[in-house]
Design a binder for this molecule. Structure first.
Ligand code: BT5
Length: 336
């Protein structure tokens, strides 16, 4: 069920907005718009009024014709979907102002049958979840806090690879588009110059060896200022804005992520992580490093010598070779 702050997208909102936006340079009269879109002038006028209230800006000329000027920095579904080149990811978007956790909502929606690719996103989270009961700091308007409902036909044991795939997707965007030194810290973080910019929480619902659904929750510090992080994470955390030096368009970044991830996900469902392994290694912070591993109650020191086809960390502990599929990993040597 849509929660408080849910935005109800009317049938005519997208056509009016998209038409004006696709023809940014052109001024339209109400009559022209209503004829073109086959809507009554009243509906067109009210839609434009509604869009203005939501922060969209239009320019009006002397004869009251209007053209599109700018979009707000807001996570409205119709804003995210504008120009989004995906087939299923983000075709259904539930957008909130404030929730406890988008993973929790996405989980409930998935259990009720939400279709693959459904996204739950919120401007802020009151109880953002990390792994192992930890929390995720999710202040309003500066980040992207969202969860994707996926229904991959894979063995449940491969579901954790979706965290790595998501981390790779983002890390590649950060390197290519923003020229940042981003790396994947196994298994679920994206770091920029050693500081955490993104955390990923993948939750699985499976039975009898079959995946019912996976919720991949992603938290990206986009425009957060370091000075605004809580004291306990200030030294460890960063945002894309801090590293890039300029405010980032959150919606553009989200669209880039969804488009790239959908492509990667389709390939992953057919071939697993194997086609991505070389790239995962290229982005890995862990490869060749000395690490401290906490697996259950045991703490060991080891060296990471490879990443397995299933995304597991392959380590050498004294002369023994071990495969690590879960647990906490701390980099010991300098630079981590
Ligand atoms: C994670 O856990 O990194 C997974 C975070 C997933 C968050 C997303 S947001 C959308 C979706 N809905 C949710 O409720 N969750 C997902 P973990 O590896 O356990 O790291 C948590 C630790 O990271 C905390 O204990 C802090 O030390 C640190 N931390 C918390 N908030 C942070 C932030 N905004 N930026 C960087 N580090 C943070």
């Amino acid at each position: 069920m849509p929660g408080k702050g849910h935005i109800d997208v009317s049938d005519y909102l997208e056509p009016v907005l998209y038409h004006l936006r696709d023809n940014k340079e052109k001024y339209f009269s109400l009559k022209e718009l209503s004829e073109k879109l086959n809507l009554s002038p009243t509906i067109v006028r009210e839609t434009i009024g509604g869009l203005s209230t939501w922060g969209y800006r239009f320019v009006m000329d002397a004869t009251s014709n209007i053209r599109f000027k700018s979009a707000p920095d807001a996570i409205f579904p119709f804003e995210i979907r504008y120009g989004l080149k995906t087939k299923f990811l983000g075709r259904k978007i539930e957008s909130h102002y404030s929730v406890s956790s988008t993973n929790l909502i996405a989980h409930n929606l998935a259990a009720e049958g939400a279709s693959e690719g459904t996204i739950v996103i919120s401007e802020k989270q009151r109880g953002g979840k990390g792994r192992l009961g930890r929390s995720w700091h999710s202040p309003q308007k500066v980040g992207l806090w969202f969860s994707m409902v996926l229904r991959p036909d894979i063995d449940p044991s491969n579901a954790p690879s979706l965290s790595i795939l998501s981390a790779l997707t983002l890390s590649e965007i950060l390197r290519s588009k923003y020229k940042l030194h981003s790396q994947i810290k196994w298994p679920n973080d994206v770091l920029i110059d050693g500081r955490k910019a993104t955390g990923i929480l993948t939750e699985l619902d499976a039975e009898k060896g079959k995946v019912n659904f996976v919720v991949v929750g992603i938290g990206i510090n986009v425009n957060t200022l370091t000075s605004k992080f809580p004291a306990n994470i200030r030294k460890l955390a960063t945002s894309i804005r801090e590293e890039y030096g300029e405010e980032i368009n959150r919606i553009e970044l989200l669209r880039d992520f969804l488009e790239k991830f959908e492509k990667y996900y389709n390939a992953f469902c057919k071939k697993g992580l194997k086609p991505f392994l070389a790239r995962v290694k290229k982005h890995s912070l862990m490869l060749g490093r000395k690490v401290k591993l906490k697996v259950g109650r045991k703490v060991i020191q080891a060296e990471v010598y490879d990443i397995g086809e299933d995304g597991a960390l392959l380590v050498k502990h004294r002369k023994e070779k071990l495969k690590v599929t879960a647990g906490e990993v701390t980099v010991l040597d300098a630079g981590g």
